[in-house]
Write a protein that binds this ligand. Structure first.
Ligand code: ADP
Length: 430
Protein backbone atom coordinates (compact mmCIF):
# COMPACT_ATOMS: atom_id res chain seq x y z
CA UNK A 1 0.00 0.00 0.00
CA UNK A 2 2.86 2.32 0.91
CA UNK A 3 4.33 1.72 -2.53
CA UNK A 4 1.12 2.75 -4.21
CA UNK A 5 0.87 5.93 -2.10
CA UNK A 6 4.50 6.71 -2.94
CA UNK A 7 3.85 6.13 -6.64
CA UNK A 8 0.73 8.36 -6.53
CA UNK A 9 2.65 11.10 -4.74
CA UNK A 10 5.56 10.85 -7.18
CA UNK A 11 3.57 10.71 -10.40
CA UNK A 12 0.07 12.20 -9.82
CA UNK A 13 0.80 14.82 -7.25
CA UNK A 14 3.05 16.88 -9.62
CA UNK A 15 0.37 16.60 -12.32
CA UNK A 16 -2.29 17.91 -9.91
CA UNK A 17 -0.10 20.82 -8.77
CA UNK A 18 0.78 21.61 -12.39
CA UNK A 19 -2.97 21.57 -13.28
CA UNK A 20 -3.71 23.82 -10.33
CA UNK A 21 -0.96 26.29 -11.37
CA UNK A 22 -2.29 26.20 -14.95
CA UNK A 23 -5.71 27.25 -13.71
CA UNK A 24 -4.29 30.15 -11.66
CA UNK A 25 -1.32 31.38 -13.75
CA UNK A 26 -1.89 29.83 -17.09
CA UNK A 27 -0.44 26.92 -19.15
CA UNK A 28 3.16 28.11 -19.26
CA UNK A 29 3.56 28.21 -15.50
CA UNK A 30 1.81 24.83 -15.19
CA UNK A 31 4.10 23.26 -17.83
CA UNK A 32 7.20 24.83 -16.28
CA UNK A 33 6.20 23.51 -12.85
CA UNK A 34 5.77 20.02 -14.33
CA UNK A 35 9.18 20.19 -16.09
CA UNK A 36 10.93 21.39 -12.93
CA UNK A 37 9.27 18.62 -10.96
CA UNK A 38 10.29 15.97 -13.49
CA UNK A 39 13.83 17.32 -13.59
CA UNK A 40 14.06 17.06 -9.77
CA UNK A 41 12.62 13.56 -9.95
CA UNK A 42 15.11 12.42 -12.60
CA UNK A 43 18.02 14.02 -10.76
CA UNK A 44 17.08 12.29 -7.52
CA UNK A 45 16.76 8.89 -9.31
CA UNK A 46 20.11 9.45 -10.94
CA UNK A 47 21.61 10.17 -7.52
CA UNK A 48 20.24 6.87 -6.24
CA UNK A 49 21.74 5.03 -9.20
CA UNK A 50 25.11 6.65 -8.58
CA UNK A 51 24.91 5.72 -4.85
CA UNK A 52 24.20 2.12 -5.92
CA UNK A 53 26.99 2.22 -8.51
CA UNK A 54 29.47 3.45 -5.85
CA UNK A 55 28.29 0.74 -3.49
CA UNK A 56 28.74 -1.95 -6.17
CA UNK A 57 32.25 -0.75 -6.99
CA UNK A 58 33.37 -0.38 -3.40
CA UNK A 59 35.77 -3.21 -2.49
CA UNK A 60 34.45 -3.39 1.09
CA UNK A 61 30.73 -3.36 0.47
CA UNK A 62 28.63 -3.06 3.65
CA UNK A 63 24.85 -3.25 3.80
CA UNK A 64 22.89 -1.97 0.80
CA UNK A 65 22.47 1.84 1.18
CA UNK A 66 18.95 3.06 2.00
CA UNK A 67 17.16 3.86 -1.26
CA UNK A 68 13.56 4.19 -2.27
CA UNK A 69 11.66 0.92 -1.82
CA UNK A 70 11.13 0.50 -5.58
CA UNK A 71 14.83 0.81 -6.35
CA UNK A 72 15.69 -1.35 -3.37
CA UNK A 73 13.61 -4.18 -4.82
CA UNK A 74 15.26 -3.80 -8.23
CA UNK A 75 18.73 -3.64 -6.72
CA UNK A 76 18.12 -6.62 -4.44
CA UNK A 77 17.02 -8.70 -7.43
CA UNK A 78 20.06 -7.49 -9.32
CA UNK A 79 22.37 -8.46 -6.44
CA UNK A 80 20.69 -11.88 -6.26
CA UNK A 81 21.30 -12.49 -9.96
CA UNK A 82 24.88 -11.30 -9.60
CA UNK A 83 25.49 -13.61 -6.61
CA UNK A 84 24.04 -16.53 -8.54
CA UNK A 85 26.29 -15.76 -11.49
CA UNK A 86 29.34 -15.50 -9.24
CA UNK A 87 28.45 -18.84 -7.69
CA UNK A 88 28.18 -20.59 -11.06
CA UNK A 89 31.34 -18.82 -12.19
CA UNK A 90 33.28 -20.09 -9.17
CA UNK A 91 31.78 -23.57 -9.62
CA UNK A 92 32.92 -23.47 -13.25
CA UNK A 93 36.38 -22.30 -12.14
CA UNK A 94 36.56 -25.08 -9.58
CA UNK A 95 35.55 -27.65 -12.21
CA UNK A 96 38.18 -26.23 -14.58
CA UNK A 97 40.80 -26.36 -11.81
CA UNK A 98 39.89 -29.96 -11.08
CA UNK A 99 40.11 -30.83 -14.78
CA UNK A 100 43.48 -29.08 -15.05
CA UNK A 101 44.78 -30.86 -11.94
CA UNK A 102 43.63 -34.23 -13.32
CA UNK A 103 45.19 -33.54 -16.72
CA UNK A 104 48.41 -32.41 -15.04
CA UNK A 105 48.55 -35.63 -13.03
CA UNK A 106 48.08 -37.81 -16.12
CA UNK A 107 51.02 -40.13 -16.77
CA UNK A 108 50.89 -39.19 -20.46
CA UNK A 109 51.56 -35.90 -22.21
CA UNK A 110 48.48 -33.89 -23.23
CA UNK A 111 48.49 -30.82 -25.50
CA UNK A 112 45.33 -28.93 -26.38
CA UNK A 113 45.53 -27.44 -29.88
CA UNK A 114 43.18 -24.83 -31.34
CA UNK A 115 41.83 -24.94 -34.88
CA UNK A 116 45.06 -23.37 -36.21
CA UNK A 117 47.08 -26.06 -34.45
CA UNK A 118 48.46 -23.59 -31.93
CA UNK A 119 49.14 -24.69 -28.36
CA UNK A 120 46.34 -23.63 -26.03
CA UNK A 121 47.34 -25.65 -22.99
CA UNK A 122 49.60 -28.54 -22.09
CA UNK A 123 50.35 -30.58 -18.97
CA UNK A 124 53.66 -31.05 -17.17
CA UNK A 125 54.48 -34.32 -18.96
CA UNK A 126 54.09 -32.55 -22.33
CA UNK A 127 56.46 -29.81 -21.12
CA UNK A 128 58.95 -32.53 -20.15
CA UNK A 129 58.64 -34.68 -23.29
CA UNK A 130 58.57 -31.88 -25.86
CA UNK A 131 60.72 -29.42 -23.90
CA UNK A 132 57.89 -26.89 -23.84
CA UNK A 133 57.13 -24.13 -21.38
CA UNK A 134 53.43 -23.40 -21.34
CA UNK A 135 53.79 -19.68 -20.55
CA UNK A 136 56.34 -19.22 -23.30
CA UNK A 137 54.90 -21.51 -25.97
CA UNK A 138 51.17 -20.84 -25.60
CA UNK A 139 49.90 -19.74 -29.03
CA UNK A 140 52.87 -21.24 -30.88
CA UNK A 141 52.12 -23.53 -33.83
CA UNK A 142 52.86 -27.14 -32.76
CA UNK A 143 54.67 -28.09 -35.97
CA UNK A 144 56.95 -25.11 -35.45
CA UNK A 145 58.19 -26.80 -32.28
CA UNK A 146 58.09 -30.40 -33.58
CA UNK A 147 59.72 -30.18 -36.94
CA UNK A 148 60.16 -33.86 -37.83
CA UNK A 149 58.70 -34.43 -41.35
CA UNK A 150 56.87 -37.56 -40.18
CA UNK A 151 55.10 -35.49 -37.49
CA UNK A 152 54.13 -32.76 -39.96
CA UNK A 153 52.70 -35.35 -42.35
CA UNK A 154 50.85 -36.98 -39.46
CA UNK A 155 49.37 -33.62 -38.39
CA UNK A 156 48.06 -32.97 -41.88
CA UNK A 157 45.78 -36.00 -41.79
CA UNK A 158 44.84 -36.60 -38.15
CA UNK A 159 43.07 -39.85 -37.46
CA UNK A 160 42.06 -40.70 -33.90
CA UNK A 161 42.79 -44.40 -34.54
CA UNK A 162 46.30 -43.91 -35.95
CA UNK A 163 49.44 -43.32 -33.92
CA UNK A 164 52.93 -42.15 -34.76
CA UNK A 165 56.12 -43.23 -33.00
CA UNK A 166 58.45 -40.31 -32.60
CA UNK A 167 61.95 -40.21 -31.15
CA UNK A 168 62.51 -37.18 -28.94
CA UNK A 169 65.99 -36.07 -27.90
CA UNK A 170 66.85 -36.37 -24.23
CA UNK A 171 70.07 -36.60 -22.24
CA UNK A 172 71.08 -40.25 -22.18
CA UNK A 173 68.79 -42.50 -24.19
CA UNK A 174 66.39 -40.73 -26.60
CA UNK A 175 62.74 -40.99 -25.61
CA UNK A 176 60.39 -42.88 -27.91
CA UNK A 177 56.80 -41.62 -27.73
CA UNK A 178 53.64 -42.85 -29.37
CA UNK A 179 51.57 -39.85 -30.49
CA UNK A 180 47.84 -39.72 -31.17
CA UNK A 181 45.87 -36.72 -32.42
CA UNK A 182 42.22 -36.74 -31.38
CA UNK A 183 40.09 -34.15 -33.16
CA UNK A 184 37.25 -32.64 -31.09
CA UNK A 185 34.87 -29.68 -30.90
CA UNK A 186 35.21 -26.96 -33.48
CA UNK A 187 38.27 -28.29 -35.39
CA UNK A 188 40.33 -28.41 -32.18
CA UNK A 189 42.55 -31.34 -31.36
CA UNK A 190 44.02 -33.15 -28.41
CA UNK A 191 47.57 -34.41 -28.80
CA UNK A 192 48.34 -37.38 -26.56
CA UNK A 193 51.86 -38.76 -26.22
CA UNK A 194 52.83 -41.89 -24.31
CA UNK A 195 56.42 -42.79 -23.42
CA UNK A 196 57.09 -46.22 -24.93
CA UNK A 197 60.89 -46.23 -24.53
CA UNK A 198 60.78 -48.95 -21.89
CA UNK A 199 58.33 -51.04 -23.94
CA UNK A 200 60.61 -50.77 -26.96
CA UNK A 201 63.67 -51.69 -24.88
CA UNK A 202 61.82 -54.71 -23.50
CA UNK A 203 60.88 -55.73 -27.02
CA UNK A 204 64.54 -55.40 -28.09
CA UNK A 205 65.64 -57.44 -25.05
CA UNK A 206 63.05 -60.09 -25.88
CA UNK A 207 64.18 -60.28 -29.52
CA UNK A 208 67.85 -60.40 -28.47
CA UNK A 209 67.04 -63.11 -25.97
CA UNK A 210 65.30 -65.30 -28.55
CA UNK A 211 68.14 -64.69 -31.02
CA UNK A 212 70.73 -65.56 -28.34
CA UNK A 213 69.02 -68.78 -27.30
CA UNK A 214 68.63 -69.87 -30.92
CA UNK A 215 72.29 -69.11 -31.47
CA UNK A 216 73.39 -70.94 -28.30
CA UNK A 217 71.38 -74.02 -29.22
CA UNK A 218 72.41 -74.01 -32.86
CA UNK A 219 76.10 -74.86 -32.19
CA UNK A 220 75.53 -78.04 -30.13
CA UNK A 221 72.70 -79.13 -32.40
CA UNK A 222 74.87 -78.63 -35.51
CA UNK A 223 77.64 -80.77 -33.93
CA UNK A 224 75.21 -83.56 -33.00
CA UNK A 225 73.44 -83.43 -36.37
CA UNK A 226 76.81 -83.48 -38.22
CA UNK A 227 77.98 -86.63 -36.46
CA UNK A 228 74.64 -88.36 -36.82
CA UNK A 229 74.69 -87.73 -40.59
CA UNK A 230 78.30 -89.02 -40.81
CA UNK A 231 77.34 -92.21 -38.95
CA UNK A 232 74.30 -92.64 -41.14
CA UNK A 233 76.47 -92.53 -44.28
CA UNK A 234 79.31 -94.75 -42.88
CA UNK A 235 77.75 -97.02 -40.28
CA UNK A 236 80.27 -97.65 -37.52
CA UNK A 237 83.17 -98.76 -39.67
CA UNK A 238 85.51 -96.26 -38.03
CA UNK A 239 85.59 -96.95 -34.28
CA UNK A 240 87.93 -94.00 -33.58
CA UNK A 241 85.55 -91.54 -35.28
CA UNK A 242 82.64 -93.18 -33.53
CA UNK A 243 84.10 -92.78 -30.04
CA UNK A 244 85.20 -89.18 -30.76
CA UNK A 245 81.72 -88.41 -32.16
CA UNK A 246 79.93 -89.94 -29.20
CA UNK A 247 82.16 -88.00 -26.78
CA UNK A 248 81.50 -84.69 -28.62
CA UNK A 249 77.78 -85.36 -28.90
CA UNK A 250 77.65 -86.15 -25.21
CA UNK A 251 79.52 -82.88 -24.37
CA UNK A 252 77.15 -80.87 -26.53
CA UNK A 253 74.05 -82.48 -25.06
CA UNK A 254 75.39 -81.68 -21.58
CA UNK A 255 75.93 -78.15 -22.73
CA UNK A 256 72.31 -77.92 -23.92
CA UNK A 257 71.19 -79.39 -20.63
CA UNK A 258 73.17 -76.79 -18.63
CA UNK A 259 71.75 -74.05 -20.81
CA UNK A 260 68.18 -75.20 -20.23
CA UNK A 261 68.79 -75.63 -16.49
CA UNK A 262 70.18 -72.09 -16.25
CA UNK A 263 67.32 -70.69 -18.35
CA UNK A 264 64.77 -72.37 -16.12
CA UNK A 265 66.56 -71.08 -13.00
CA UNK A 266 66.52 -67.54 -14.44
CA UNK A 267 62.87 -67.76 -15.38
CA UNK A 268 61.99 -69.02 -11.87
CA UNK A 269 63.90 -66.13 -10.32
CA UNK A 270 62.16 -63.63 -12.58
CA UNK A 271 58.65 -64.89 -12.11
CA UNK A 272 58.44 -66.18 -8.57
CA UNK A 273 57.61 -64.12 -5.48
CA UNK A 274 60.26 -63.12 -2.96
CA UNK A 275 61.90 -66.21 -1.48
CA UNK A 276 60.85 -67.68 1.84
CA UNK A 277 63.43 -66.54 4.40
CA UNK A 278 65.23 -69.19 6.42
CA UNK A 279 68.39 -69.16 8.52
CA UNK A 280 71.25 -70.02 6.17
CA UNK A 281 74.27 -71.59 7.81
CA UNK A 282 76.78 -69.74 5.69
CA UNK A 283 80.01 -71.38 6.87
CA UNK A 284 78.71 -74.85 6.07
CA UNK A 285 77.25 -73.64 2.74
CA UNK A 286 80.59 -72.05 1.79
CA UNK A 287 82.43 -75.23 2.79
CA UNK A 288 80.20 -77.24 0.42
CA UNK A 289 80.68 -74.75 -2.39
CA UNK A 290 84.47 -74.82 -2.00
CA UNK A 291 84.47 -78.62 -2.07
CA UNK A 292 82.49 -78.56 -5.32
CA UNK A 293 84.99 -76.01 -6.66
CA UNK A 294 87.91 -78.30 -5.75
CA UNK A 295 86.20 -81.11 -7.64
CA UNK A 296 85.65 -78.82 -10.64
CA UNK A 297 89.29 -77.71 -10.55
CA UNK A 298 90.45 -81.30 -10.14
CA UNK A 299 92.71 -79.93 -7.40
CA UNK A 300 94.63 -77.85 -9.93
CA UNK A 301 93.95 -74.63 -7.97
CA UNK A 302 94.81 -73.60 -4.47
CA UNK A 303 91.45 -72.81 -2.88
CA UNK A 304 91.67 -71.06 0.47
CA UNK A 305 88.53 -70.55 2.57
CA UNK A 306 88.07 -68.33 5.64
CA UNK A 307 84.49 -68.06 6.84
CA UNK A 308 83.15 -66.68 10.16
CA UNK A 309 81.42 -69.66 11.67
CA UNK A 310 78.85 -67.68 13.69
CA UNK A 311 77.79 -65.31 10.93
CA UNK A 312 74.54 -66.61 9.45
CA UNK A 313 71.96 -64.76 7.39
CA UNK A 314 68.27 -64.91 6.57
CA UNK A 315 67.47 -65.79 2.97
CA UNK A 316 66.84 -68.59 0.53
CA UNK A 317 69.58 -71.19 0.96
CA UNK A 318 69.03 -72.63 -2.50
CA UNK A 319 69.26 -69.26 -4.23
CA UNK A 320 72.28 -68.08 -2.22
CA UNK A 321 74.06 -71.37 -2.91
CA UNK A 322 73.43 -71.02 -6.64
CA UNK A 323 74.70 -67.39 -6.72
CA UNK A 324 77.86 -67.96 -4.65
CA UNK A 325 78.74 -71.23 -6.36
CA UNK A 326 78.51 -69.44 -9.75
CA UNK A 327 81.07 -66.90 -8.52
CA UNK A 328 83.42 -69.57 -7.18
CA UNK A 329 83.13 -71.82 -10.24
CA UNK A 330 83.87 -68.77 -12.45
CA UNK A 331 87.02 -68.13 -10.41
CA UNK A 332 88.13 -71.72 -11.14
CA UNK A 333 87.15 -71.61 -14.82
CA UNK A 334 88.85 -68.28 -15.51
CA UNK A 335 92.08 -69.01 -13.59
CA UNK A 336 95.06 -70.90 -14.97
CA UNK A 337 96.13 -74.11 -13.27
CA UNK A 338 97.97 -73.43 -10.03
CA UNK A 339 96.15 -70.16 -9.46
CA UNK A 340 95.15 -69.22 -5.92
CA UNK A 341 91.51 -68.60 -5.10
CA UNK A 342 90.60 -66.94 -1.78
CA UNK A 343 87.07 -67.23 -0.46
CA UNK A 344 86.13 -65.00 2.49
CA UNK A 345 82.99 -64.60 4.56
CA UNK A 346 83.03 -61.99 7.33
CA UNK A 347 81.57 -58.79 8.71
CA UNK A 348 82.98 -55.75 6.97
CA UNK A 349 81.79 -52.39 8.34
CA UNK A 350 79.08 -54.30 10.20
CA UNK A 351 77.75 -55.81 6.99
CA UNK A 352 78.08 -59.48 5.98
CA UNK A 353 80.34 -59.71 2.94
CA UNK A 354 81.22 -62.71 0.77
CA UNK A 355 84.20 -62.32 -1.52
CA UNK A 356 85.95 -64.50 -4.05
CA UNK A 357 89.38 -63.38 -5.21
CA UNK A 358 91.26 -65.11 -8.01
CA UNK A 359 94.52 -64.66 -9.90
CA UNK A 360 92.97 -65.47 -13.24
CA UNK A 361 92.63 -63.87 -16.66
CA UNK A 362 90.92 -60.73 -15.29
CA UNK A 363 88.45 -58.50 -17.09
CA UNK A 364 89.02 -55.20 -18.94
CA UNK A 365 87.11 -52.25 -17.40
CA UNK A 366 84.83 -51.71 -20.42
CA UNK A 367 83.20 -55.11 -19.84
CA UNK A 368 82.54 -54.78 -16.12
CA UNK A 369 79.18 -53.01 -16.31
CA UNK A 370 77.79 -55.58 -18.79
CA UNK A 371 78.91 -58.82 -17.16
CA UNK A 372 75.54 -59.53 -15.54
CA UNK A 373 73.64 -59.28 -18.86
CA UNK A 374 72.37 -62.60 -20.17
CA UNK A 375 74.79 -64.25 -22.56
CA UNK A 376 77.39 -61.51 -22.18
CA UNK A 377 80.86 -63.01 -22.33
CA UNK A 378 84.25 -61.36 -22.51
CA UNK A 379 85.88 -64.34 -24.17
CA UNK A 380 83.25 -66.54 -25.76
CA UNK A 381 85.56 -69.42 -26.66
CA UNK A 382 86.97 -69.67 -23.12
CA UNK A 383 83.47 -69.59 -21.66
CA UNK A 384 82.36 -72.42 -23.94
CA UNK A 385 85.55 -74.42 -23.43
CA UNK A 386 84.96 -74.39 -19.69
CA UNK A 387 81.27 -75.25 -20.00
CA UNK A 388 79.88 -71.74 -19.48
CA UNK A 389 76.37 -70.80 -20.53
CA UNK A 390 76.79 -67.02 -20.28
CA UNK A 391 73.94 -66.95 -17.77
CA UNK A 392 75.82 -67.45 -14.48
CA UNK A 393 76.24 -63.80 -13.53
CA UNK A 394 72.68 -62.97 -14.71
CA UNK A 395 71.47 -65.56 -12.17
CA UNK A 396 73.78 -64.03 -9.52
CA UNK A 397 72.33 -60.56 -10.19
CA UNK A 398 68.74 -61.79 -9.83
CA UNK A 399 69.41 -63.69 -6.62
CA UNK A 400 71.20 -60.70 -5.10
CA UNK A 401 68.37 -58.34 -6.09
CA UNK A 402 65.93 -60.65 -4.35
CA UNK A 403 68.08 -60.45 -1.20
CA UNK A 404 68.74 -56.69 -1.47
CA UNK A 405 72.42 -57.49 -1.75
CA UNK A 406 75.03 -55.69 -3.86
CA UNK A 407 77.61 -57.16 -6.22
CA UNK A 408 80.92 -55.40 -6.58
CA UNK A 409 83.46 -56.46 -9.20
CA UNK A 410 87.04 -55.28 -9.30
CA UNK A 411 89.33 -56.70 -11.93
CA UNK A 412 92.30 -56.04 -14.17
CA UNK A 413 93.22 -57.98 -17.28
CA UNK A 414 95.82 -60.68 -16.46
CA UNK A 415 95.75 -59.65 -12.84
CA UNK A 416 92.78 -61.52 -11.39
CA UNK A 417 89.31 -60.51 -10.28
CA UNK A 418 87.44 -60.02 -7.06
CA UNK A 419 83.68 -60.55 -6.86
CA UNK A 420 82.20 -59.31 -3.57
CA UNK A 421 78.65 -59.66 -2.35
CA UNK A 422 77.48 -57.31 0.35
CA UNK A 423 74.33 -58.40 2.18
CA UNK A 424 72.31 -55.82 4.12
CA UNK A 425 72.92 -55.59 7.85
CA UNK A 426 69.34 -56.60 8.65
CA UNK A 427 69.74 -60.01 6.99
CA UNK A 428 72.09 -61.17 9.79
CA UNK A 429 70.31 -64.04 11.53
CA UNK A 430 69.84 -63.44 15.28
P1 ADP B 1 79.91 -67.86 -18.34
O1 ADP B 1 79.05 -69.03 -18.30
O2 ADP B 1 80.33 -67.47 -19.72
O3 ADP B 1 81.03 -67.93 -17.40
P2 ADP B 1 78.92 -65.81 -16.60
O4 ADP B 1 77.65 -65.05 -16.66
O5 ADP B 1 79.18 -66.61 -15.40
O6 ADP B 1 78.97 -66.64 -17.92
O7 ADP B 1 80.10 -64.76 -16.75
C1 ADP B 1 80.02 -63.80 -17.79
C2 ADP B 1 81.41 -63.49 -18.29
O8 ADP B 1 82.13 -62.80 -17.28
C3 ADP B 1 82.22 -64.69 -18.60
O9 ADP B 1 82.00 -65.14 -19.91
C4 ADP B 1 83.63 -64.18 -18.42
O10 ADP B 1 84.04 -63.55 -19.61
C5 ADP B 1 83.49 -63.14 -17.35
N1 ADP B 1 83.89 -63.63 -16.02
C6 ADP B 1 83.09 -64.06 -15.03
N2 ADP B 1 83.79 -64.39 -13.93
C7 ADP B 1 85.09 -64.17 -14.23
C8 ADP B 1 86.31 -64.32 -13.52
N3 ADP B 1 86.37 -64.76 -12.25
N4 ADP B 1 87.45 -63.99 -14.16
C9 ADP B 1 87.44 -63.53 -15.41
N5 ADP B 1 86.33 -63.37 -16.15
C10 ADP B 1 85.15 -63.69 -15.57
Amino acid sequence: MRHWINALLTLYFPVLIAGFFTLIWGERVGLLTLCVWLFILLWSERQKLSVFDNWLNSPSRGALPTLSPGWERVFKSFIKIQKHQRLSESELNRALDRFEQAARALPDAVILLNNSRQIEWCNTKAEEYFQLTLNRDQGVQIDYLLRQPSFRAFMRSPDAEASLNLRLPRTGVDRLVSIQIIPFGDAQALLLARDITEREQLEVTRRDFVANISHELRTPLTVIQGFLETFEDNPADNPELLSRGVKLMSDQSHRMNRLITDLLALSRLETSDSPEKEVVNMSSLIKNISEEARALSANKHDIDVQASSDLNILGSEEEIRSALSNLVSNAVRYSPDGGKISIRWSLTDNEPVFSCLDQGVGIAPEHLSRLTERFYRVDKSRSQETGGTGLGLAIVKHVLNRHNAQLEITSEPNNGSQFSVQFPRDTIAP
